[in-house]
Design a protein around this ligand. Sequence first.
Ligand code: BGP
Length: 489
Amino acid sequence: MSFSKDFLWGGATAANQYEGGWDQGGKGVSSSDCCTRGSRTQPRKVTYKTSDGVVHADMMFGLDAPEDAVFGCYEGFDYPSHEGADFYHRYKEDIALMGEMGYKTFRMSINWTRIFPLGYEEEPNEEGLKFYDDVFDECLKHGIKPLVTLSHYETPVGLTNKWGSWVDARTIECFCRYVKTVGERYKGKVEYWLTFNEINCLGFGGWMAAGVPSRDPQKIADAAKHQLIASAKAVQILHAIDANNKVGNMIGYGMIYPHTCAPRDVLKAWSSFNGSYFYCDVQARGYYPAYKLKEYERNGIEFSLTEEEKETLKNGTVDFISFSYYMSNCASDDPEVLANQGGNMMFGVKNPYLKASDWGWQIDPTGLRLSLDYMYDRYQLPLMVVENGLGAQDQVEEDGSIHDSYRIDYLRDHIKAMKDAIEIDGVELWGYTPWGCIDLVSASTGEMHKRYGFVYVDYQDDGTGQGDRSKKDSFDWYKKVISSNGEDL
Ligand code: BGP
Protein backbone atom coordinates (compact mmCIF):
# COMPACT_ATOMS: atom_id res chain seq x y z
CA MET A 1 0.00 0.00 0.00
CA SER A 2 1.36 3.39 -0.86
CA PHE A 3 -1.42 5.99 -0.77
CA SER A 4 -2.99 6.17 2.68
CA LYS A 5 -6.57 4.91 2.99
CA ASP A 6 -7.87 8.44 3.50
CA PHE A 7 -5.73 9.93 0.72
CA LEU A 8 -7.42 13.03 -0.68
CA TRP A 9 -7.90 12.39 -4.40
CA GLY A 10 -9.64 15.21 -6.19
CA GLY A 11 -9.28 18.10 -8.58
CA ALA A 12 -8.46 21.80 -8.46
CA THR A 13 -10.02 25.02 -9.76
CA ALA A 14 -10.06 28.72 -8.87
CA ALA A 15 -12.95 31.15 -8.88
CA ASN A 16 -11.19 33.68 -11.12
CA GLN A 17 -10.90 31.17 -13.97
CA TYR A 18 -13.86 28.93 -13.35
CA GLU A 19 -16.69 30.61 -11.54
CA GLY A 20 -17.90 33.34 -13.89
CA GLY A 21 -20.86 35.45 -12.76
CA TRP A 22 -18.27 38.19 -12.28
CA ASP A 23 -20.82 40.97 -11.66
CA GLN A 24 -23.66 38.90 -10.24
CA GLY A 25 -24.86 38.41 -6.68
CA GLY A 26 -23.35 41.69 -5.51
CA LYS A 27 -19.80 40.67 -6.42
CA GLY A 28 -17.16 43.40 -6.77
CA VAL A 29 -14.37 43.62 -9.35
CA SER A 30 -11.25 41.57 -8.71
CA SER A 31 -7.74 41.85 -10.18
CA SER A 32 -8.32 39.06 -12.69
CA ASP A 33 -11.57 40.65 -13.90
CA CYS A 34 -9.44 43.50 -15.30
CA CYS A 35 -7.26 41.16 -17.40
CA THR A 36 -7.95 40.81 -21.09
CA ARG A 37 -7.50 37.69 -23.17
CA GLY A 38 -4.01 37.07 -24.53
CA SER A 39 -2.48 34.21 -26.48
CA ARG A 40 0.70 32.17 -26.62
CA THR A 41 2.50 35.12 -28.18
CA GLN A 42 0.43 38.07 -26.96
CA PRO A 43 0.55 38.76 -23.22
CA ARG A 44 -2.65 39.45 -21.33
CA LYS A 45 -3.23 43.12 -20.51
CA VAL A 46 -4.48 44.87 -17.40
CA THR A 47 -6.69 47.88 -17.97
CA TYR A 48 -6.66 51.11 -16.01
CA LYS A 49 -7.55 54.76 -16.55
CA THR A 50 -5.46 57.83 -15.94
CA SER A 51 -6.17 61.46 -16.80
CA ASP A 52 -4.73 60.64 -20.26
CA GLY A 53 -7.24 57.87 -20.94
CA VAL A 54 -7.39 54.09 -20.84
CA VAL A 55 -4.12 52.14 -20.68
CA HIS A 56 -3.61 48.46 -21.47
CA ALA A 57 -0.46 47.27 -19.71
CA ASP A 58 1.26 43.89 -19.88
CA MET A 59 -0.14 41.81 -17.01
CA MET A 60 3.10 40.04 -16.14
CA PHE A 61 6.17 42.06 -16.86
CA GLY A 62 5.16 45.51 -18.02
CA LEU A 63 2.99 46.79 -15.24
CA ASP A 64 4.19 49.95 -13.57
CA ALA A 65 1.10 52.04 -13.19
CA PRO A 66 1.18 55.70 -12.11
CA GLU A 67 -0.21 56.69 -8.72
CA ASP A 68 -3.44 58.07 -10.21
CA ALA A 69 -4.30 54.86 -12.11
CA VAL A 70 -7.83 53.62 -11.55
CA PHE A 71 -8.14 49.94 -12.37
CA GLY A 72 -11.35 48.56 -13.80
CA CYS A 73 -12.90 46.74 -16.74
CA TYR A 74 -12.83 49.19 -19.60
CA GLU A 75 -14.25 48.82 -23.07
CA GLY A 76 -12.69 47.45 -26.22
CA PHE A 77 -11.47 44.14 -24.85
CA ASP A 78 -13.02 40.79 -24.15
CA TYR A 79 -12.64 39.30 -20.75
CA PRO A 80 -13.20 35.54 -20.94
CA SER A 81 -12.70 35.02 -17.24
CA HIS A 82 -15.83 37.09 -16.68
CA GLU A 83 -17.78 33.99 -17.63
CA GLY A 84 -15.15 31.40 -16.71
CA ALA A 85 -16.73 27.98 -17.16
CA ASP A 86 -19.90 29.22 -15.47
CA PHE A 87 -19.56 27.25 -12.25
CA TYR A 88 -21.69 30.00 -10.70
CA HIS A 89 -24.76 28.62 -12.44
CA ARG A 90 -23.72 25.03 -13.00
CA TYR A 91 -22.12 24.02 -9.71
CA LYS A 92 -24.62 21.25 -9.02
CA GLU A 93 -23.95 19.55 -12.35
CA ASP A 94 -20.18 19.92 -11.95
CA ILE A 95 -20.03 18.66 -8.38
CA ALA A 96 -22.17 15.68 -9.38
CA LEU A 97 -19.57 14.81 -12.04
CA MET A 98 -16.83 15.11 -9.43
CA GLY A 99 -18.85 12.86 -7.15
CA GLU A 100 -19.21 10.34 -9.97
CA MET A 101 -15.42 10.24 -10.33
CA GLY A 102 -15.17 9.51 -6.62
CA TYR A 103 -13.47 12.74 -5.53
CA LYS A 104 -12.60 12.89 -1.86
CA THR A 105 -11.77 16.57 -2.09
CA PHE A 106 -12.41 19.52 -4.38
CA ARG A 107 -10.00 22.43 -4.41
CA MET A 108 -11.74 25.70 -5.19
CA SER A 109 -11.35 29.27 -4.10
CA ILE A 110 -13.67 31.76 -2.49
CA ASN A 111 -13.74 34.96 -4.47
CA TRP A 112 -12.94 37.62 -1.88
CA THR A 113 -14.95 40.18 -3.90
CA ARG A 114 -18.07 38.04 -3.59
CA ILE A 115 -17.85 38.44 0.19
CA PHE A 116 -16.39 41.96 0.42
CA PRO A 117 -16.96 43.58 -3.00
CA LEU A 118 -14.46 46.40 -2.50
CA GLY A 119 -12.32 44.54 -0.03
CA TYR A 120 -12.52 47.10 2.78
CA GLU A 121 -16.20 47.16 3.82
CA GLU A 122 -17.15 46.42 7.40
CA GLU A 123 -20.06 44.14 6.54
CA PRO A 124 -20.01 41.12 4.20
CA ASN A 125 -22.30 40.53 1.23
CA GLU A 126 -24.85 37.93 2.34
CA GLU A 127 -25.62 36.80 -1.19
CA GLY A 128 -21.98 35.87 -1.73
CA LEU A 129 -21.80 33.99 1.55
CA LYS A 130 -24.96 32.10 0.67
CA PHE A 131 -23.54 31.01 -2.69
CA TYR A 132 -20.59 29.23 -1.07
CA ASP A 133 -22.88 27.73 1.57
CA ASP A 134 -24.79 26.09 -1.26
CA VAL A 135 -21.60 24.97 -2.99
CA PHE A 136 -20.14 23.41 0.17
CA ASP A 137 -23.45 21.70 0.99
CA GLU A 138 -23.46 20.22 -2.48
CA CYS A 139 -19.88 18.95 -2.05
CA LEU A 140 -20.67 17.36 1.30
CA LYS A 141 -23.75 15.70 -0.17
CA HIS A 142 -21.40 13.89 -2.55
CA GLY A 143 -18.92 12.99 0.18
CA ILE A 144 -16.42 15.60 -1.06
CA LYS A 145 -14.41 17.69 1.41
CA PRO A 146 -13.81 21.22 0.15
CA LEU A 147 -10.19 22.40 0.07
CA VAL A 148 -10.52 26.16 -0.04
CA THR A 149 -8.00 28.70 -1.27
CA LEU A 150 -8.67 32.04 0.39
CA SER A 151 -7.00 34.10 -2.31
CA HIS A 152 -6.33 32.76 -5.78
CA TYR A 153 -5.43 35.61 -8.16
CA GLU A 154 -8.57 37.53 -7.15
CA THR A 155 -7.62 40.54 -5.04
CA PRO A 156 -10.35 43.19 -4.79
CA VAL A 157 -9.56 46.02 -7.19
CA GLY A 158 -11.16 48.34 -4.63
CA LEU A 159 -8.07 47.78 -2.49
CA THR A 160 -5.68 48.51 -5.36
CA ASN A 161 -7.49 51.73 -6.20
CA LYS A 162 -7.68 52.80 -2.58
CA TRP A 163 -4.09 52.24 -1.47
CA GLY A 164 -2.19 49.96 -3.85
CA SER A 165 -3.51 46.69 -2.42
CA TRP A 166 -0.89 44.62 -0.53
CA VAL A 167 1.77 47.32 -0.71
CA ASP A 168 -0.19 48.96 2.12
CA ALA A 169 -0.31 47.32 5.57
CA ARG A 170 -4.01 48.18 5.98
CA THR A 171 -4.84 45.37 3.55
CA ILE A 172 -3.82 42.87 6.27
CA GLU A 173 -6.74 43.91 8.44
CA CYS A 174 -9.19 43.69 5.52
CA PHE A 175 -7.97 40.22 4.68
CA CYS A 176 -8.26 39.10 8.32
CA ARG A 177 -11.85 40.34 8.45
CA TYR A 178 -12.59 38.30 5.35
CA VAL A 179 -10.89 35.19 6.78
CA LYS A 180 -12.76 35.49 10.07
CA THR A 181 -16.05 35.94 8.22
CA VAL A 182 -15.68 32.85 6.04
CA GLY A 183 -14.02 30.81 8.79
CA GLU A 184 -16.96 31.37 11.12
CA ARG A 185 -19.59 30.98 8.44
CA TYR A 186 -18.28 27.69 7.05
CA LYS A 187 -17.23 26.12 10.35
CA GLY A 188 -18.01 22.43 10.17
CA LYS A 189 -18.26 22.52 6.37
CA VAL A 190 -14.68 23.39 5.45
CA GLU A 191 -11.71 21.91 7.26
CA TYR A 192 -8.88 22.30 4.73
CA TRP A 193 -7.69 25.81 3.85
CA LEU A 194 -4.91 27.36 1.79
CA THR A 195 -3.93 30.99 2.29
CA PHE A 196 -2.49 32.54 -0.92
CA ASN A 197 -2.22 30.70 -4.22
CA GLU A 198 1.35 30.62 -5.54
CA ILE A 199 2.40 33.37 -3.16
CA ASN A 200 5.88 33.24 -4.67
CA CYS A 201 4.53 34.60 -7.98
CA LEU A 202 4.55 38.01 -6.35
CA GLY A 203 8.15 38.51 -7.40
CA PHE A 204 7.41 38.45 -11.13
CA GLY A 205 3.64 38.65 -11.39
CA GLY A 206 2.56 41.17 -8.77
CA TRP A 207 -0.74 41.95 -10.46
CA MET A 208 -1.78 38.35 -10.90
CA ALA A 209 -0.69 37.24 -7.45
CA ALA A 210 -1.74 40.23 -5.39
CA GLY A 211 -3.25 43.09 -7.38
CA VAL A 212 0.02 45.00 -6.99
CA PRO A 213 0.32 47.44 -9.91
CA SER A 214 4.08 47.80 -9.76
CA ARG A 215 7.37 46.00 -10.28
CA ASP A 216 9.31 48.24 -7.92
CA PRO A 217 11.39 45.85 -5.73
CA GLN A 218 10.68 47.89 -2.60
CA LYS A 219 6.93 47.67 -3.16
CA ILE A 220 7.16 43.97 -3.89
CA ALA A 221 9.11 43.42 -0.66
CA ASP A 222 6.50 45.39 1.29
CA ALA A 223 3.64 43.48 -0.32
CA ALA A 224 5.39 40.17 0.43
CA LYS A 225 5.82 41.11 4.08
CA HIS A 226 2.17 42.09 4.39
CA GLN A 227 0.97 38.91 2.72
CA LEU A 228 3.21 36.76 4.89
CA ILE A 229 1.91 38.43 8.03
CA ALA A 230 -1.65 38.08 6.77
CA SER A 231 -1.05 34.41 6.01
CA ALA A 232 0.26 33.82 9.55
CA LYS A 233 -2.71 35.65 11.02
CA ALA A 234 -5.10 33.61 8.87
CA VAL A 235 -3.61 30.40 10.28
CA GLN A 236 -4.20 31.66 13.81
CA ILE A 237 -7.72 32.92 13.09
CA LEU A 238 -8.79 29.62 11.53
CA HIS A 239 -7.23 27.57 14.33
CA ALA A 240 -9.04 29.69 16.91
CA ILE A 241 -12.38 29.22 15.14
CA ASP A 242 -12.09 25.46 14.89
CA ALA A 243 -9.33 23.21 16.21
CA ASN A 244 -10.10 20.81 13.36
CA ASN A 245 -9.04 23.35 10.76
CA LYS A 246 -5.91 22.46 8.84
CA VAL A 247 -4.30 25.42 7.13
CA GLY A 248 -1.65 25.16 4.46
CA ASN A 249 0.31 27.50 2.25
CA MET A 250 0.62 27.18 -1.52
CA ILE A 251 3.62 27.84 -3.71
CA GLY A 252 4.42 27.41 -7.39
CA TYR A 253 7.22 24.88 -7.39
CA GLY A 254 9.40 22.72 -9.60
CA MET A 255 12.90 21.37 -9.57
CA ILE A 256 15.63 23.64 -10.85
CA TYR A 257 18.51 21.55 -12.16
CA PRO A 258 21.97 22.86 -12.90
CA HIS A 259 22.37 22.84 -16.69
CA THR A 260 25.78 21.15 -16.30
CA CYS A 261 27.85 19.93 -13.37
CA ALA A 262 29.99 23.07 -13.59
CA PRO A 263 30.00 24.39 -10.01
CA ARG A 264 28.85 27.83 -11.15
CA ASP A 265 25.75 26.27 -12.75
CA VAL A 266 25.10 24.35 -9.54
CA LEU A 267 25.39 27.57 -7.57
CA LYS A 268 23.02 29.31 -9.99
CA ALA A 269 20.47 26.51 -9.60
CA TRP A 270 20.77 26.71 -5.82
CA SER A 271 20.30 30.45 -5.67
CA SER A 272 17.38 30.30 -8.14
CA PHE A 273 15.79 27.78 -5.81
CA ASN A 274 15.83 30.30 -3.00
CA GLY A 275 13.32 32.35 -4.99
CA SER A 276 10.87 29.46 -4.66
CA TYR A 277 11.70 28.69 -1.07
CA PHE A 278 11.63 32.16 0.47
CA TYR A 279 7.87 32.41 1.06
CA CYS A 280 7.61 28.79 2.08
CA ASP A 281 10.48 29.21 4.54
CA VAL A 282 8.65 32.03 6.30
CA GLN A 283 5.29 30.25 6.27
CA ALA A 284 6.67 26.92 7.48
CA ARG A 285 9.47 28.05 9.80
CA GLY A 286 8.07 31.33 11.06
CA TYR A 287 10.96 33.67 10.33
CA TYR A 288 12.74 35.35 7.42
CA PRO A 289 15.67 33.29 6.06
CA ALA A 290 19.18 34.76 6.19
CA TYR A 291 19.67 34.73 2.40
CA LYS A 292 16.62 36.99 1.93
CA LEU A 293 17.72 39.51 4.53
CA LYS A 294 21.14 39.65 2.87
CA GLU A 295 19.55 40.13 -0.54
CA TYR A 296 17.46 43.05 0.75
CA GLU A 297 20.54 44.58 2.34
CA ARG A 298 22.57 44.21 -0.88
CA ASN A 299 19.85 45.77 -2.99
CA GLY A 300 19.07 48.66 -0.68
CA ILE A 301 15.59 47.39 0.19
CA GLU A 302 14.30 48.74 3.47
CA PHE A 303 13.05 45.98 5.68
CA SER A 304 12.34 45.46 9.35
CA LEU A 305 9.96 43.55 11.57
CA THR A 306 8.59 44.68 14.91
CA GLU A 307 8.66 42.24 17.83
CA GLU A 308 4.92 41.82 17.40
CA GLU A 309 5.29 40.96 13.71
CA LYS A 310 8.01 38.44 14.52
CA GLU A 311 5.67 36.81 17.04
CA THR A 312 2.88 36.68 14.47
CA LEU A 313 5.09 34.89 11.95
CA LYS A 314 6.34 32.48 14.62
CA ASN A 315 2.86 31.63 15.86
CA GLY A 316 1.28 31.35 12.42
CA THR A 317 3.21 28.55 10.78
CA VAL A 318 1.24 26.26 8.50
CA ASP A 319 -0.01 22.74 9.24
CA PHE A 320 0.96 21.42 5.84
CA ILE A 321 2.59 22.56 2.64
CA SER A 322 0.97 22.52 -0.75
CA PHE A 323 2.37 23.33 -4.14
CA SER A 324 1.67 23.32 -7.85
CA TYR A 325 3.93 21.28 -10.07
CA TYR A 326 3.83 21.34 -13.86
CA MET A 327 7.45 21.20 -15.00
CA SER A 328 11.06 21.45 -13.97
CA ASN A 329 13.54 24.13 -14.96
CA CYS A 330 17.24 24.35 -15.70
CA ALA A 331 19.66 27.05 -14.54
CA SER A 332 22.86 28.08 -16.24
CA ASP A 333 25.41 30.72 -15.43
CA ASP A 334 27.09 30.50 -18.83
CA PRO A 335 26.33 33.62 -20.89
CA GLU A 336 26.76 31.71 -24.13
CA VAL A 337 24.23 29.08 -23.13
CA LEU A 338 21.83 31.74 -21.95
CA ALA A 339 22.12 33.60 -25.24
CA ASN A 340 21.55 30.54 -27.42
CA GLN A 341 18.94 28.47 -25.65
CA GLY A 342 15.19 28.90 -25.60
CA GLY A 343 13.89 28.83 -22.04
CA ASN A 344 11.31 26.64 -20.37
CA MET A 345 8.40 28.98 -19.73
CA MET A 346 9.71 31.81 -17.60
CA PHE A 347 13.02 30.72 -16.20
CA GLY A 348 16.12 28.87 -17.13
CA VAL A 349 17.28 27.07 -20.19
CA LYS A 350 15.89 24.09 -22.01
CA ASN A 351 16.58 20.67 -20.58
CA PRO A 352 17.72 18.43 -23.47
CA TYR A 353 16.46 15.29 -21.71
CA LEU A 354 12.83 16.35 -21.53
CA LYS A 355 9.91 16.76 -23.90
CA ALA A 356 7.62 19.75 -23.65
CA SER A 357 3.89 20.47 -23.88
CA ASP A 358 2.56 22.58 -26.76
CA TRP A 359 3.07 25.58 -24.50
CA GLY A 360 6.75 24.77 -23.94
CA TRP A 361 6.34 23.47 -20.39
CA GLN A 362 8.86 20.64 -20.02
CA ILE A 363 7.36 17.40 -18.77
CA ASP A 364 9.24 15.77 -15.90
CA PRO A 365 7.58 13.25 -13.55
CA THR A 366 10.89 12.47 -11.83
CA GLY A 367 11.06 16.17 -11.04
CA LEU A 368 7.84 15.75 -9.06
CA ARG A 369 9.35 12.96 -6.98
CA LEU A 370 12.41 15.09 -6.36
CA SER A 371 10.23 18.08 -5.48
CA LEU A 372 8.34 16.04 -2.91
CA ASP A 373 11.61 14.73 -1.48
CA TYR A 374 13.20 18.18 -1.26
CA MET A 375 10.11 19.71 0.32
CA TYR A 376 9.63 16.96 2.84
CA ASP A 377 13.27 16.92 3.76
CA ARG A 378 13.38 20.70 4.20
CA TYR A 379 10.22 21.14 6.27
CA GLN A 380 9.20 17.72 7.66
CA LEU A 381 5.56 18.66 7.17
CA PRO A 382 2.76 16.80 5.36
CA LEU A 383 2.46 17.76 1.71
CA MET A 384 -0.27 18.13 -0.87
CA VAL A 385 0.18 18.44 -4.63
CA VAL A 386 -2.70 20.81 -5.34
CA GLU A 387 -1.99 21.50 -9.02
CA ASN A 388 -0.49 19.34 -11.73
CA GLY A 389 -1.54 18.53 -15.25
CA LEU A 390 -1.13 18.91 -18.96
CA GLY A 391 -2.56 21.89 -20.80
CA ALA A 392 -3.48 20.64 -24.28
CA GLN A 393 -5.82 21.25 -27.19
CA ASP A 394 -8.47 18.57 -27.24
CA GLN A 395 -10.16 17.27 -30.34
CA VAL A 396 -13.89 16.56 -30.15
CA GLU A 397 -14.75 13.66 -32.47
CA GLU A 398 -17.94 13.57 -34.50
CA ASP A 399 -19.62 11.32 -31.98
CA GLY A 400 -18.66 13.73 -29.21
CA SER A 401 -15.91 11.57 -27.71
CA ILE A 402 -12.55 13.05 -26.69
CA HIS A 403 -9.55 10.76 -26.71
CA ASP A 404 -7.02 12.43 -24.44
CA SER A 405 -4.51 9.60 -24.00
CA TYR A 406 -1.69 12.23 -23.80
CA ARG A 407 -3.30 13.60 -20.64
CA ILE A 408 -3.69 10.13 -19.12
CA ASP A 409 -0.01 9.40 -19.86
CA TYR A 410 1.09 12.63 -18.20
CA LEU A 411 -1.01 12.08 -15.08
CA ARG A 412 -0.16 8.38 -14.80
CA ASP A 413 3.57 9.13 -14.82
CA HIS A 414 3.18 11.84 -12.21
CA ILE A 415 1.05 9.64 -9.96
CA LYS A 416 3.72 6.92 -10.23
CA ALA A 417 6.30 9.49 -9.17
CA MET A 418 4.20 10.42 -6.12
CA LYS A 419 3.88 6.75 -5.29
CA ASP A 420 7.66 6.32 -5.37
CA ALA A 421 8.11 9.37 -3.18
CA ILE A 422 5.76 7.78 -0.62
CA GLU A 423 6.89 4.16 -0.88
CA ILE A 424 10.60 4.55 -1.42
CA ASP A 425 11.44 7.92 0.08
CA GLY A 426 8.94 8.00 2.95
CA VAL A 427 7.26 11.29 2.09
CA GLU A 428 3.99 12.06 3.89
CA LEU A 429 1.55 13.06 1.16
CA TRP A 430 -2.03 13.97 2.04
CA GLY A 431 -3.60 14.60 -1.31
CA TYR A 432 -3.52 15.21 -5.03
CA THR A 433 -5.75 17.61 -6.93
CA PRO A 434 -4.89 17.89 -10.65
CA TRP A 435 -5.40 21.37 -12.04
CA GLY A 436 -8.42 22.38 -14.08
CA CYS A 437 -10.14 19.05 -13.43
CA ILE A 438 -12.89 20.54 -15.52
CA ASP A 439 -11.89 22.85 -18.41
CA LEU A 440 -11.50 26.49 -17.43
CA VAL A 441 -9.80 29.69 -18.54
CA SER A 442 -6.00 29.71 -18.63
CA ALA A 443 -4.35 32.05 -16.14
CA SER A 444 -1.36 32.88 -18.30
CA THR A 445 -3.15 33.44 -21.62
CA GLY A 446 -6.79 33.97 -20.65
CA GLU A 447 -7.83 31.47 -23.32
CA MET A 448 -10.14 28.47 -23.20
CA HIS A 449 -8.36 26.19 -25.64
CA LYS A 450 -5.54 25.32 -23.25
CA ARG A 451 -7.47 22.57 -21.54
CA TYR A 452 -6.60 20.43 -18.53
CA GLY A 453 -9.89 18.78 -17.60
CA PHE A 454 -11.34 15.30 -17.28
CA VAL A 455 -14.53 17.07 -18.26
CA TYR A 456 -14.76 19.08 -21.48
CA VAL A 457 -16.55 22.42 -21.37
CA ASP A 458 -17.95 23.65 -24.66
CA TYR A 459 -16.73 27.26 -24.53
CA GLN A 460 -14.27 28.54 -27.10
CA ASP A 461 -11.78 31.43 -27.10
CA ASP A 462 -14.08 33.68 -29.08
CA GLY A 463 -16.88 33.28 -26.55
CA THR A 464 -18.93 30.84 -28.62
CA GLY A 465 -20.27 27.55 -27.27
CA GLN A 466 -23.03 26.62 -24.88
CA GLY A 467 -20.88 25.53 -21.96
CA ASP A 468 -22.15 21.95 -22.16
CA ARG A 469 -20.13 19.41 -20.20
CA SER A 470 -18.89 16.08 -21.60
CA LYS A 471 -16.57 13.37 -20.34
CA LYS A 472 -13.15 12.84 -21.87
CA ASP A 473 -11.47 9.40 -21.88
CA SER A 474 -9.48 10.56 -18.86
CA PHE A 475 -12.73 10.78 -16.84
CA ASP A 476 -13.19 7.02 -16.53
CA TRP A 477 -9.48 6.49 -16.17
CA TYR A 478 -9.25 8.86 -13.17
CA LYS A 479 -12.35 7.31 -11.65
CA LYS A 480 -10.59 3.94 -11.75
CA VAL A 481 -7.43 5.44 -10.25
CA ILE A 482 -9.43 6.81 -7.33
CA SER A 483 -11.47 3.68 -6.73
CA SER A 484 -8.29 1.58 -6.65
CA ASN A 485 -6.60 4.20 -4.42
CA GLY A 486 -3.86 4.74 -6.98
CA GLU A 487 -3.10 1.05 -7.56
CA ASP A 488 -4.71 0.68 -11.00
CA LEU A 489 -3.02 3.21 -13.21
C1 BGP B 1 -0.93 28.05 -11.86
C2 BGP B 1 -2.11 28.77 -11.31
C3 BGP B 1 -3.44 28.34 -11.84
C4 BGP B 1 -3.42 27.75 -13.22
C5 BGP B 1 -2.18 27.00 -13.59
C6 BGP B 1 -2.03 26.65 -15.04
O1 BGP B 1 0.16 28.88 -11.89
O2 BGP B 1 -2.18 28.65 -9.91
O3 BGP B 1 -4.35 29.37 -11.61
O4 BGP B 1 -3.98 28.53 -14.17
O5 BGP B 1 -1.02 27.65 -13.18
O6 BGP B 1 -1.58 27.73 -15.78
P1 BGP B 1 -2.25 28.17 -17.13
O7 BGP B 1 -3.67 28.39 -16.81
O8 BGP B 1 -1.56 29.39 -17.53
O9 BGP B 1 -2.03 27.03 -18.06
